[in-house]
Design a protein around this ligand. Structure first.
Ligand code: NAD
Ligand code: UDP
Length: 315
């Protein structure tokens, strides 16, 4: 049994990670300030003898004797991270400093939830880990992108300067149950719109692409990464290379929900990346043959099912 701290544990991905690691028999501390997460996401775990919930902000130091830290605390959806961009930068940068300081002090292994956003609007396609990216440092997405890039730099420097055992995961677009219905990301938007019979809001002409990964595949990849040999620090892409145009995604969701919703087009947000697809060769090699197992239709069905059962939260 390991003592594991999960920051951002009450969020979408964090809640799935808490659940999985708890069921594997570990002792979990779930830390969150509930900015975008909620107690509902982890309410089924509350009361378990090895599940501890802590309300805390990672921009402040935190102390606990733990063996591993998964650092997920950070709003992930553009509308949320752009709502208070200075706080977003503080969460990524000061959060990384505080959690790396803790890892150093208690000799814990620490994993950073980085992002495909470090590649910005990529000129290399698909994106491999050696690509340095194309990020606008002063654009509307910069609080998130540059915050995460700085966090990666902090991680590698704590590793080389202070021998902290680190892992960096570059996570590509992930979806599934417990996404916040109002968080503005494309899958939660389209699914809730389709269920309610509202117009499906495609930004731009819908020709931009993303590659969508179901949350269970990501959680498996993160745990395998944490368990790799100390000499492997990443960064490693964790994503599903099945690339789709946004317009195509809208049509699939309309079909799966048998919705009467119509597609409408509105303006594309500034600096919206035009394409994104992970090269996952490194993950397959280093994470024991890990590869995504859940295709878009299967994953969407599970997600649609979740949002249909939680219809009250889509109102
Ligand atoms: P989420 O918004 O559902 O979860 C983030 C969690 O962090 C929330 O529970 C939130 O309350 C908490 N949080 C935010 N600021 C905090 C702070 N200062 N102190 C403590 N807690 C704080 O988002 P998610 O999709 O679950 O993303 C989790 C992590 O994975 C994030 O770091 C995100 O950047 C990364 N990521 C997600 C995706 C994706 O597609 N979902 C892609 C790439 C990277
Ligand atoms: N998008 C869209 N309609 C929506 C929400 C998003 O067309 O209601 C588009 C968005 O412009 C982007 C893609 O879907 O091109 C993915 O957006 P999301 O915010 O989910 O993720 P990110 O841009 O951070 O990859």
């Amino acid at each position: 049994m390991k003592r594991i701290l999960i920051t951002g544990g009450a969020g979408f991905i964090g809640s799935h990670l808490c659940e999985r690691l708890l069921h594997e028999g570990h002792d979990i501390i779930c830390l969150d300030n509930y900015y975008t997460g909620s107690k509902q996401n982890i309410e089924h775990l509350i009361g378990h003898p090895y599940f501890e919930l802590v309300r805390h902000d990672v921009t402040q130091p935190f102390f606990a004797e733990v063996d591993e830290i998964y650092n997920l605390a950070c709003p992930a959806s553009p509308i949320h991270y752009q709502h208070n961009p200075i706080k977003t930068i503080k969460t990524s940068v000061m959060g990384a400093i505080n959690m790396l300081g803790l890892a150093k002090r208690v000799n814990a292994k620490i994993l950073q939830a980085s992002t495909s956003e470090v590649y910005g609007d990529p000129e290399v396609h698909p994106q491999h880990e050696g690509y340095w990216g194309n990020v606008n440092p002063i654009g509307p997405r910069s609080s998130y992108d540059e915050g995460k890039r700085c966090a990666e730099s902090l991680f590698v420097n704590y590793h080389y300067q202070n021998n902290v055992r680190i892992k960096i995961a570059r996570i590509f677009n992930t979806y599934g149950p417990r996404m916040h219905p109002n968080d503005g990301r494309v899958i939660s938007n389209f699914v809730t719109q389709a269920i309610m019979g509202k117009d499906i809001t495609v930004y731009g002409n819908g020709m931009q692409t993303r590659s969508f990964q179901y949350v269970d595949d990501l959680v498996e990849g993160l745990i395998r990464l944490m368990n790799t040999d100390d000499s492997f620090i990443g960064p490693v892409n964790i994503g599903n290379p099945e690339e789709r145009q946004i317009i195509e995604l809208a049509k699939i969701i309309i079909e799966l929900t048998q919705s009467s919703s119509k597609i409408i087009f509105s303006s594309l947000p500034k600096d919206d990346p035009s394409q994104r697809q992970p090269n996952i060769k490194l993950a397959i090699e280093k994470l024991g043959g890990w590869h995504p197992t859940i295709g878009i239709e299967e994953g969407l069905k599970k997600t649609i099912d979740y949002f249909s059962k939680h219809k009250s939260c889509t109102k």
